[in-house]
Design a protein around this ligand. Structure first.
Ligand SMILES: Nc1ncnc2c1ncn2[C@@H]1O[C@H](COP(=O)(O)OP(=O)(O)OP(=O)(O)O)[C@@H](O)[C@H]1O
Length: 613
């Protein structure tokens, strides 16, 4: 329940409205409690005297009280609707912004459905809690206290009879709360799992259909829904039990008070009006008492929702560690950074969720890419190429050693600056639900329309984009037009080059292209690469040919660096990786060593020794 208190910072801005609404609800409840007192006056006065005028007056008064009660409850609802929508929106906003700032390693660990359900159902639950149970636990508490004061005022002996169930009720409610909160947590986690499964099924629909997995998927879905159904039924049984107890015990006490009160009226110890007032007050307290079971259940679910929400919000964002880093970055630099390219020194990396006994994914990586140089990174599958490239834009932080850009340690660079220096494109291109131009501009908004067209030309995407219904203003990505894998890759490549970054990191960016398109993209890329320091993961010799030098990564270590030709000669592993390709046995690179060594202008004519210096 303590987690519900943590909602205060979000509720604070709307506290005046919420407190006013609670005040209005207390007033409305008070109207309800006045009704029995008017009844008492009516029975003992005008009814006993057979005074028709008095009876009409009493009836009119009761009608007015009823109308005032209804009107005040309506006003309360109106008061809370807008501010609570605002609280929900602010919390959702904070969650979204926080998720954007959390490190990639967090997203590796957390299923997206769990995050989705926190941003949707959990927040709806919290809004409901603030709108209803929070106010009514308070309002009903006040109503019960005032009601009992009135009851004791009428006849304290009968009041004591009504109080008898209090102790067993408190004990039973606390047992219920403990059990219900476990069930509520389980159910909300199961909703998260279900959301993950639905999301995966929608995103992976081609694989599911292609492999005829729909039955297996449907079975998994049914199993999860059955589990959720079981938990929901368990919750319903718990609520039914507590509701039954909360209804049964007070009503038995009311019954006992009725019998005792009637005996007292018969004996002439109590006026009929007092008994009517006593019983109608007790009946007016039925809803506040009976609703406690329901209010506790919703409060419990809300506490679980708040726990789940803060579980994510409490994870330190990726740039939290940047405070000291920024201070270091602000320290006067010993002069403008000299262009020194991209250097890895003794870099080690281990995934946070890797088993403790497993060796690090990267170990003692030393690699220097000179300014303006293009380095291809080649290695067997699983050797750590993608991991190494992910360290440069700090998608993950190296667990040892250092990476420098023009001599500046990337850990001392503010993330914004780092990401404006480094552009990335991955093998699996992700496009967003936006126009083709907007997707490209994500790589550098200042590039403008001309920049987009230039980048599209470099990525050889201008033709297919021009053929789209609204050219570069066509919606692409998830909710837009479906593009082929190669088209998506080329748009992602355009996004990487649009900002003319100083450092370019490409993870096998041409893998989905046919050889002719690839050759055209490479020709255009060479111009871009001439002014950029680049690290390109390559599987195919044709991509390797874009590079000045090649680094061979095996088993998390750089084991050889040199030109394509030299590595072919000297490294059996490299030759093996490149074998089967036309280049290894007399392909174009072999025929034209200049092109293999670094085919951009003057660089194409450098000797092998010069390139390797
Ligand atoms: N998020 C992760 N958590 C834990 N281990 C990971 C994660 N991503 C990759 N790995 C492991 O790290 C190792 C290197 O993976 P990486 O993707 O860097 O290889 P790669 O050389 O790029 O392979 P490929 O050529 O197949 O793309 C693999 O053993 C992989 O299982």
């Amino acid at each position: 329940m303590r987690s519900l208190l943590r909602l205060w910072p979000y509720v604070r801005p709307v506290r005046t409205r919420l407190f006013s609404a609670a005040g209005v609800a207390v007033l409305a409840s008070a109207m309800g409690l006045l009704i029995p007192l008017v009844l008492k006056w009516l029975v003992d006065g005008p009814v006993a005297r057979r005074d028709a005028g008095g009876i009409w007056l009493g009836g009119g008064l009761l009608l007015l009280l009823g109308l005032a009660e209804a009107g005040l409850f309506g006003l309360r609802r109106w008061l809370v609707a807008r501010p609570l929508a605002q609280v929900e929106a602010a919390m959702r906003d904070a969650l979204y912004r926080h998720l954007q700032r959390l490190p990639v390693s967090f997203h590796d660990r957390w299923p997206s459905g769990q995050l989705l359900s926190r941003g949707t159902t959990d927040l709806q639950l919290l809004r409901m809690f603030l709108a209803f149970p929070m106010t009514f636990l308070f309002v009903n508490g006040v109503t019960i206290l005032v009601g009992f004061a009135i009851l004791f005022g009428q006849r304290w002996t009968l009041g004591l009879v009504l109080l008898t169930p209090l102790v067993p009720l408190i004990v039973l409610c606390s047992v219920f709360e403990a059990k219900y909160s476990i069930a509520a947590r389980r159910s909300q986690d199961q909703v998260g799992d279900l959301t993950t499964l639905v999301e995966e099924s929608v995103l992976g629909i081609r694989i599911i259909k292609g492999f005829g997995r729909h039955r297996a998927q449907a079975r998994a879905y049914t199993a999860l829904t059955h589990e959720l159904r079981g938990t929901e039924l368990h919750k319903a049984r718990l609520v039914a039990a507590i509701w039954g107890v909360i209804t049964f015990l007070p009503e038995t006490a009311i019954g006992a008070a009725l019998v005792l009160g009637t005996v007292e009226v018969a004996d002439g110890d109590l006026s009929a009006g007092t008994l009517v007032a006593f019983l109608s007050t007790a009946l007016a307290l039925r809803w506040p008492v009976e609703s406690i079971g329901f209010l506790l259940a919703v409060s419990n679910e809300s506490a679980t929702a708040a726990d789940r929400y803060f579980e994510v919000m409490d994870v330190a964002p990726a740039d939290a560690d940047d405070a000291s880093v920024r201070a270091a970055a602000r320290a006067p630099a010993p002069g403008a950074p000299a262009p020194d390219g991209l250097a890895f020194t003794g870099v080690e990396f281990r995934y946070p969720d890797a088993p403790p006994a497993a060796p690090p994914t990267l170990r003692g990586v030393d690699l220097h890419i000179r300014p303006g140089e293009t380095m291809a990174l080649v290695g067997a599958t699983g050797s750590g190429k993608t991991t190494l490239t992910a360290l440069v834009p700090r998608l993950y932080d190296a667990t040892g050693g250092r990476i420098t850009l023009d001599g500046r340690d990337i850990m001392t660079l503010p993330r914004d600056e780092l990401r404006s220096l480094v552009a990335v494109a991955f093998e699996e291109p992700t496009l967003f639900s936006a126009t083709a131009a907007e997707n490209v501009l994500m790589g550098g908004e200042e590039a403008g329309e001309d920049g987009v067209l230039r980048a599209l030309r470099t990525a050889q995407a201008q033709e297919f984009v021009a053929a789209l219904p609204q050219a570069e203003h066509t919606q692409v990505g998830e909710q837009g037009l479906s593009l082929s894998g190669g088209q998506r890759q080329r748009l992602a490549l355009a996004r990487a080059v649009v900002g003319a970054p100083r450092f370019l990191v490409l993870d096998d960016p041409l893998s989905a292209l046919d050889v002719h398109t690839e050759a055209r993209v490479e020709a255009a890329l060479r111009e871009v690469l001439a002014g950029t320091t680049a690290l390109i993961v390559a599987h195919r010799p044709s991509t390797v040919l874009l590079a000045d030098r090649v680094a061979l990564l095996s088993d998390g270590r750089i084991t050889a660096v040199g030109t394509h030709q030299r590595l072919l000669r000297e490294s059996a592993e490299y030759a093996h990786l490149m074998s089967g390709a036309d280049l290894a046995e007399g392909g174009p690179g072999a025929e034209d060593p200049g092109r293999a060594a670094g085919p951009t202008g003057a660089r194409a004519h450098r000797t092998e020794e010069e390139t390797e210096r």
